[in-house]
Design a protein around this ligand. Structure first.
Ligand SMILES: C[S@@+](CC[C@H](N)C(=O)[O-])C[C@H]1O[C@@H](n2cnc3c(N)ncnc32)[C@H](O)[C@@H]1O
Length: 275
């Protein structure tokens, strides 16, 4: 029975991985049970939950939205209608920070547009001596980030602020990170229904050209970075030239543009050295 239902889901969704996730979420079985124990019983209640998940999935709701959680950097994050569903490409920011700073360095970290808190919380889980501040305009996102910080045991080193970008921020930071909304608002209606209908518009809309947040943040960044500090910003795959220009206009040195696994520009790495 278990194997039959797994195959049913997998064929309907044309996705073995998601079929496995649904089985794991709705029953106590794991992937190995599907092979070792193919006739294991699935109760009527479990089957009815599975069918409901499959229906919602066909209608375009991502599994992470159905279950309200997402894994990022090996940690569990709760998500809601107020938060972006964290994307694996964003993990590049954590990798780059780990290449730049030793783990035991006590950093002051600022995360602009924190959403679920996934970037800041992952950084604090790696940099055990560091403290961090996460800012978001959405009160719902800030509440979710606070909850996720507690869930991942970094709440004693994380503070969250509801406000616009750096308006309420003072002091200096060693590391400033951000995955701001960077989709042009003309493009948003053409996005997949998974994104368009389920990620909050505030987390996507980067204004007419998708560059609005960078234009607001970059000129204010210099005063917030310690000497030797760096800023890591996620960007859209086609924004490299524009972002370089904006960084130069704010007298930032661009250290590098880093590519994601698909080979697209994904994160700019800028420092406050004078040009
Ligand atoms: C692309 S999402 C990134 C969320 C999270 N950091 C992540 O990577 O999954 C951008 C975030 O910026 C927030 N945001 C939008 N406008 C903002 C503003 N003016 N000030 C602060 N945060 C803002 C959104 O609410 C959203 O949570």
């Amino acid at each position: 029975m278990l194997n039959k239902i797994y195959k049913e889901i997998s064929q309907t969704l044309k996705d073995d991985f998601e079929a496995r996730l649904i089985i794991e979420e709705r029953t106590s079985y794991e992937l190995s049970d599907i092979i070792i124990n193919p006739d294991a019983i699935i109760s009527d209640a479990q089957y009815s939950n599975i069918l409901s998940d499959v229906e919602q999935r066909i209608a375009g709701k991502p599994l992470s939205r159905i279950y309200g959680q997402r894994e990022f950097w090996g940690l569990e994050f709760q998500i809601s209608e107020d938060t972006l569903d964290p994307r694996p490409d964003t993990e590049l920011i954590i990798e780059l920070a780990l290449k730049h700073f030793p783990k035991d360095k006590p950093l002051r970290i600022l995360d602009l547009g924190t959403g679920s808190g996934c970037i800041l919380i992952s950084l604090l889980s790696e940099f055990g001596e560091s403290i961090g501040y996460g800012v978001d305009l959405s009160f719902g996102a800030v509440k979710m980030a606070q909850l996720n910080a507690a869930k991942n045991n970094v709440n004693n080193r994380a503070s969250f602020i509801c406000g616009s970008w750096v308006d309420a921020i003072s002091g200096k930071f060693d590391l400033i990170v951000s995955n701001p909304p960077y989709i042009s608002n003309q493009i948003i209606p053409t996005l997949s229904k998974e994104v368009r209908n389920h990620d909050p518009i505030l987390s996507l809309d980067g204004g007419v050209d998708g560059l609005e947040p960078y234009k607001i943040i970059f000129p204010k960044l210099k005063n917030l970075l310690h000497d030797g500090g760096i800023a890591l910003f996620e960007i859209g795959y086609d924004q490299e030239k524009d972002i370089m220009r904006l960084a130069e206009e704010s007298r930032f040195m661009q250290r590098c543009v880093h590519l994601d696994l698909a080979g697209n520009p994904r994160v700019v790495d800028i420092s406050s050295g004078d040009k």
